[in-house]
Design a protein around this ligand. Structure first.
Ligand SMILES: *[C@@H]1O[C@H](CO)[C@@H](O)[C@H](O)[C@H]1NC(C)=O
Ligand SMILES: *[C@@H]1O[C@H](CO)[C@@H](O)[C@H](O)[C@H]1NC(C)=O
Ligand SMILES: *[C@@H]1O[C@H](CO)[C@@H](O)[C@H](O)[C@H]1NC(C)=O
Ligand SMILES: *[C@@H]1O[C@H](CO)[C@@H](O)[C@H](O)[C@H]1NC(C)=O
Length: 261
């Protein structure tokens, strides 16, 4: 039985527009430090890198960052950030130097997968992953998050189970939208909607899901990453391409709704 449910909710724009909040620059003069995120999973997990194999940047920075490749990379580094969120309670990296070194490490992994050497410089803004109060309702840590939203959210229930189940994934996804809506409402600045969504994704994957951000369910559903079927499953319908994503078209729609208020 081969189920191929590809609900492609172009999740990419979400993370992406975080970048438009900060000035764009690719200055290499930032000092290096050590990246606190172990990115070896980039080599280990069966993510589908085909969108990045023939990457061609657009003339527009925004269009480039909205490309499938850049979207995939933002989700992919989100796996590490979600794990780190659980460890440190911080939604982003502490400073520019740290972020720079993580992007550098990330690029090294990508390059060792024979992907182009310039991907991170096209896909990421240097400040994109750096902690700041000006991202989503001044949330920088888990205690901030709880102070804004409380504990009893549908996200805490809906994103907990194995999200390779399509129905469960749908429930998690709608809980994610609900949280985003709530946060963006509190924030009042509609240009933060996508940032708030990104935080919802990190929270769902890093804190809520009991299988963790590297699980197949979290990767496919919460991050919307396309993965290759696992080799060991013996054709029992387990390997569905479940590209759902707490992201995407619906978020774009929601963004419009927010902007229209
Ligand atoms: C909304 O957020 C953007 C990006 O962070 C910022 O540039 C802008 O000044 C904010 N607008 C208001 C009204 O605070
Ligand atoms: C990098 O760090 C060194 C020492 O840690 C310092 O002397 C140098 O000025 C720094 N460079 C930049 C560009 O910050
Ligand atoms: C520092 O970063 C630059 C570019 O970001 C890289 O080429 C260099 O190898 C890094 N150095 C170390 C020690 O990581
Ligand atoms: C990998 O992604 C490409 C598009 O980027 C798609 O055409 C292909 O079917 C995907 N492969 C798998 C196994 O999902």
């Amino acid at each position: 039985m081969k189920i191929s449910v590809v609900l492609l909710f172009l999740f990419f724009p979400i993370f992406l527009t975080l970048s438009s909040a900060v000035p764009s620059s690719s200055s290499p003069s930032v000092n290096n430090s050590t990246c606190p995120v172990d990115l070896n999973y980039v080599l280990r997990l069966p993510w589908n890198s085909s969108a990045c194999q023939n990457f061609h940047p657009s003339d527009s920075v925004d269009d480039t960052r909205r490309s499938d490749c850049c979207g995939t990379l933002l989700s992919l580094i989100g796996i590490g950030l979600a794990r780190r969120l659980k460890q440190t309670s911080m939604f982003n990296l502490p400073d520019l130097r740290t972020s720079n070194s993580c992007l550098h490490d990330f690029q090294s992994k990508l390059s060792s997968l024979s992907l182009p050497d310039y991907l991170t410089s096209f896909c990421f803004d240097l400040l994109q992953l750096v902690v700041s109060p000006d991202v989503c309702v001044k949330i920088q840590t888990i205690p901030d998050w709880i102070a804004k939203l409380g504990q009893t959210m549908p996200l805490n229930q809906g994103c907990k189970p194995d999200l390779t189940d399509l129905t469960l994934c749908g429930a998690c996804m709608s809980a994610g939208f609900q949280v985003q809506k709530e946060l963006t409402g509190i924030d009042g600045n509609s240009s933060h909607a996508r940032n708030c969504f990104r935080f919802a994704i990190l929270y769902a994957a890093g804190i809520v899901n009991e299988f963790g951000p590297e699980s197949n369910g979290a990767m496919t559903c919460i991050f919307g990453i396309s993965v290759y079927p696992s080799v060991d499953s013996s054709g029992n319908g387990r390997h569905q391409a479940l590209v759902f994503g707490l992201t995407g078209a619906s978020v774009a729609d929601f963004g419009l709704a927010v902007n229209g208020r």
